[in-house]
Design a protein around this ligand. Structure first.
Ligand code: TYD
Ligand code: MG
Length: 460
């Protein structure tokens, strides 16, 4: 009989120690060590391949290969009918890859992957540790028709799951969720660090050895991190985050890590009564529909990855009632807002220090592209001076500390998108105009050097 023993794991970085430690020597966090009961391993090799048939095995020792001679033909990406997902993954699902999708409860992770399971024309195994087969079928009936050969397995024991997968030989596997899975090799409760790490490790070995891609669904804790923390992000090839406001129908799929593609792509979906719908033209949804022109609104021509997107920024500047004025930003970095306010005070003579400032981006979206700066500055001035900006004007430039308007990347694409959507004027940096021929577009391009020039152009 194997002897039971316990090990302590750091809940922050996943480091382990045979005894409790107050401070983790790896990540320097305090009080993160938690006891996990694990069983003494029977035999490393036996445990490693417990799901595999007993015949065969690897007798020969591994050999190193010359990098130039490594065969790459095998990695034909599996395209899904969902273009948003393909783009986020860098052009389809890579065989043998392990993809983790994280998100708040109820955001639509299971729905998204069930739709993939139903629509990719391949043999698919959908393993659920959260819902029963009937519950999944009920959901499947709501979201559409079957194209794929989709098998459902309600099971949480990884050995049984991998045995079933061996038998079925699916081309894609989905595991909902990694926190509900448990391996019989460990006695600790599912969802614990040791269990999550071990189960993810077993699935990873299965994916790499059989070349079957696996999607894992992961829960997020209240701080917004993936529960069973960072350690999962290191194990998997790809980390996607599904986010959005539960009270809003739009959902955004972002790449946080991707070994096979860029990490600044994003996919946009809309949650409908019949499941998730891809939104292939995001600008139309991020520009609010309104008839009258109001002060405090400005449109930014931003880029998310390779895709241009026009987003409406809204600012409200009002007189502060109490001593310290409030500042609040949704979808935008607070520190950057403070910096832009300081630039406006110091360089342009607009005084915000006695006012509350609220900033909001349409659609509950979060933007990190610095090209949004100029639109935010314009909306702040517009609200402060109560002068509206015509709805057919947009902005694309970064604002520097001395009030200079700085050039941004891919300006041509931004201009072309604004032009396509029928905007009449775009304000950009004069330092980024090299190689851009204004005559090619119907939209009028204003190239500015300093924020102060906005005053003359828009607010007189
Ligand atoms: P779900 O995929 O279960 O979320 P997660 O797996 O991330 O916890 O999604 C649940 C929510 O989605 C639920 O609040 C209802 C909503 N929903 C729809 O609006 N339409 C649909 O067709 C489906 C299946 C779900
Ligand atoms: Mg779910």
């Amino acid at each position: 009989m194997a002897k039971a023993r316990t090990i302590f794991f750091c809940s922050n970085c996943g480091a382990s120690s045979p005894k409790w430690l107050g401070k983790c020597p790896h990540c320097s966090e305090w009080n993160t060590y938690q006891e996990e009961l694990i069983q003494k391993e029977t035999s490393a090799e036996e445990k490693r391949r417990s799901w595999a048939p007993t015949t065969g095995g690897r007798a020969e020792s591994p050999k190193a290969t010359l990098l130039q001679q490594v065969q790459t033909g095998r990695t034909q990406r599996l395209k899904t009918p969902d273009e948003e997902l393909n783009r986020v993954l860098g052009g389809g699902i890579v065989p043998g890859s392990l993809v983790l999708i994280g998100g708040q409860p109820g955001i639509g992770k299971s729905t998204l992957l069930l739709q993939v399971a139903m629509r990719v024309p391949a043999r698919i195994l959908y393993v659920s540790g959260e819902e029963s087969e009937e519950q999944i079928k009920m959901r499947a009936d709501r979201v559409g028709e079957f194209v794929s050969e989709c098998y459902i397995l309600a099971e949480t024991n990884t050995t049984k799951i991998l045995q079933q997968a061996q038998e079925l030989q699916p081309q894609l596997m989905i595991v909902d969720s990694i926190q509900t899975m448990s391996t019989p090799h460990l006695e600790s409760a599912p969802g614990g660090i040791a269990q999550v790490r071990e189960c993810a490790g077993e699935l990873l070995r299965f994916a790499k050895e059989t070349n079957v891609p696996i999607f894992l669904i992961g829960h997020i804790n209240k701080d917004g991190d993936l529960a069973g923390p960072k350690l999962l992000e290191h194990i998997v090839d790809c980390v996607l985050q599904f986010e959005g406001d539960r009270h809003n129908t739009y959902r955004i799929l972002r790449t946080l890590k991707n070994r096979f593609g860029s990490t600044d792509e994003m996919g946009i979906y809309e949650m409908q009564a019949s499941g998730l719908r891809e939104v292939s033209n995001p600008s139309e949804l991020l520009l609010s529909q309104k008839d009258e022109e109001l002060s405090g609104c400005a449109v930014a021509a931003t880029m998310e990855g390779m895709r241009p997107m026009l987003i409406e920024t809204q600012a409200l500047v009002s007189k502060a009632v109490f001593g310290t004025p409030q500042r609040s930003a949704t979808g935008f970095d607070m520190r950057r807002l403070s910096m832009l306010l300081a630039v406006l005070e110091k360089r342009c003579g607009y005084f915000f220090s006695i006012n509350d400032v609220f900033l909001n981006l349409a659609g509950g979206i979060r933007v990190e592209d610095p090209a949004i700066d100029l639109a935010i500055v314009a909306s702040l001035i517009s609200s402060l001076s109560d002068v509206s900006i015509p709805a057919n004007i947009c902005f694309a430039a970064e604002v520097g500390l001395s009030g200079e308007i700085r050039a941004v990347t891919r300006l041509e694409q931004r201009i072309a998108e604004a032009d396509r959507l029928g905007f009449k004027e775009i304000y950009v940096s004069k330092y980024g105009m090299k190689g851009i021929d204004p005559k090619r577009y119907n939209i009028k391009i204003y190239a500015l050097g300093k924020v102060d020039e906005l005053r003359g152009a828009l607010f007189t």
